[in-house]
Write a protein that binds this ligand. Sequence first.
Ligand SMILES: *Cc1c(COP(=O)(O)O)cnc(C)c1O
Length: 390
Amino acid sequence: MNEDKKNFETEAIRTQLERTDFLEHSTPLYLTSSFVFEDAEDMRASFTEEKERNIYSRFSNPNTSEFVEKICKMEGAESGYAFATGMAAVFSTFAALLNSGDHIVSARSVFGSTHTLFTNYFPKWNISTSYFNINEPETIESFITPNTKILYAESPTNPAIDIIDLDLLGSIAKKHNLILIIDNCFATPYLQQPIKFGAHLVIHSATKLIDGQGRVLGGVTVGKADLIRDIYLFSRNTGPALSPFNAWVLSKSLETLSVRVDKHCENALKVAEFLESHTKVNWVKYPFLKSHPQYEVAKKQMKLGGNIVAFEIKGGIEAGRKFLNAIKMCSLSANLGDTRSIVIHPASTTHNKLSEEDRLQVSITDGLVRISVGLEHVEDIISDLKQALN
Ligand SMILES: *Cc1c(COP(=O)(O)O)cnc(C)c1O
């Protein structure tokens, strides 16, 4: 791999496995579950890690190594490990680092399955979680106890597009000697690099904008080498590894991440401005709209506003359902960060099991609609939204 540091776009394209004797231009696909040894001594030295080399694809594989190396360069991280899904990354990271009796302080508005993991599963191993409101960062320190080990958040949040000050989280983590972990899925490393603000680990669901075309699942955790070492050892034995095929797809996708995300953000800002001017819309949340309550923080820590726009349609749950039914081109789907624009109405779908009060705790009002703005021509996206609103 190339050691000279280059610009983001160049690293994404030029970080590549060494060529084989075939002198291929594009990285080949290494679909192999294991690797062979020269002799008994080679095998011994490899298993004791005196030699750094591939042994078995649950541990490492050339395609996953290339993918991880790129994400490390993009996030400014020392080391990383790639997972089959974003949730495998979240679970394995926490499970590797936490012991019985440990405590997590997390934002309440985190990805649904992450919330379920903290609330329903970790208590089985005597790991507890306290949640803070993302819009009340001044309360975070009051949740920290002597057992607290990890501080966790996402920014922007899903689906309400709230922003938290990463600099503030970094200083709280430092003061209380906590491991700060940020799920950077919505921003991507192109828009925001949490390690710069003091995060020790960054998690991605690569399923979203990193793949960017709705094809494969994947996840990755990068950050401090000593923490990654623990996560690697845990994962090498428990088996959440990313498949080499998906790693190959994702590494290719990273080559176009910057151009795709630039265009996603340009389209999303136009969609947000259109919605803000529409009479059937109560409010719009987009990080780079001046009306966003944390606009200044967003500007400070993000390069652009991302591709997700949230807005509240007038008329609550019924209006939200009617709007979805009137959509013609955009997809009704649970994914996000795809080339295809996707709309979802959380109150009647992903969050319909929550009470209204619980929904409001994570800023999900009855009329909230989330749009993952895609790469279709922006006029076509806007005209679909317009006809559905009307
Ligand atoms: C989708 C998502 C995840 C989970 O990723 P999967 O690849 O679906 O397992 C985690 N965090 C955030 C913010 C997500 O959007």
